[in-house]
Design a protein around this ligand. Structure first.
Ligand code: FES
Length: 167
């Protein structure tokens, strides 16, 4: 599994942004989550030490809020809606197809840390069921035969975005 290296200076910059004030540990954890796509233990320890917050309390926050993850999440989140409208129109087959294509179970992250796959409750566009979100993009009327194409399209888009970033 690819690991994400934590740069103590980046965590230091996050601490400085919030004046190392214990009142803002949630905000600090949010910044760490945004930076590393999870809450690495070393970053949690650094925050605890710098703010005087209790490490166990930071872990409690990290496990309580859904926005946080103690395990590294993928660069792109894939959410397959399994709400009622999507379920009756084949969402489970779509979720299974993603699972097969990515070789990861629902709730898991690919070994290369590119994708995290999740089944989620209604995302509010039931008329488009079954619905999938891939990163920022939302797709409706997806069936399992479209899954491989969707992933390829996303990879092409990500590669193009990288080219623009490198230019
Ligand atoms: S049930 Fe899937 S969008 Fe509402």
């Amino acid at each position: 599994m690819t690991t994400i290296q934590v740069d103590p200076q980046k965590v230091d910059a996050i601490l400085d942004r919030w004046n190392r004030d214990r009142e803002f540990v949630i905000e600090m954890l949010q910044d760490v989550q945004d930076t590393y796509r999870h809450l690495p233990r070393v970053a949690m320890e650094q925050i605890a030490e710098a703010t005087g917050a209790d490490l166990a309390q930071l872990y409690h926050i990290g496990t309580f809020y859904k926005a946080f993850s103690l395990e590294p999440r993928g660069e792109t989140s894939i959410q397959v809606c399994t709400g009622t409208a999507c379920h009756v129109r084949g969402a489970q087959r779509v979720l299974d197809a993603f699972s097969r294509e990515l070789d990861v179970p629902p709730g898991g992250t690919t070994k290369d840390l590119k994708f995290t796959l999740e089944g989620v409750r209604c995302v509010g566009c039931c008329s488009l069921a079954p619905v999938v979100t891939l990163g920022e993009d939302l797709f409706g009327e997806i069936d399992s035969s479209k899954v491989a194409r969707l992933l390829k399209r996303h990879q092409r888009k990500a590669a193009k975005a990288e080219e623009v970033d490198d230019a």
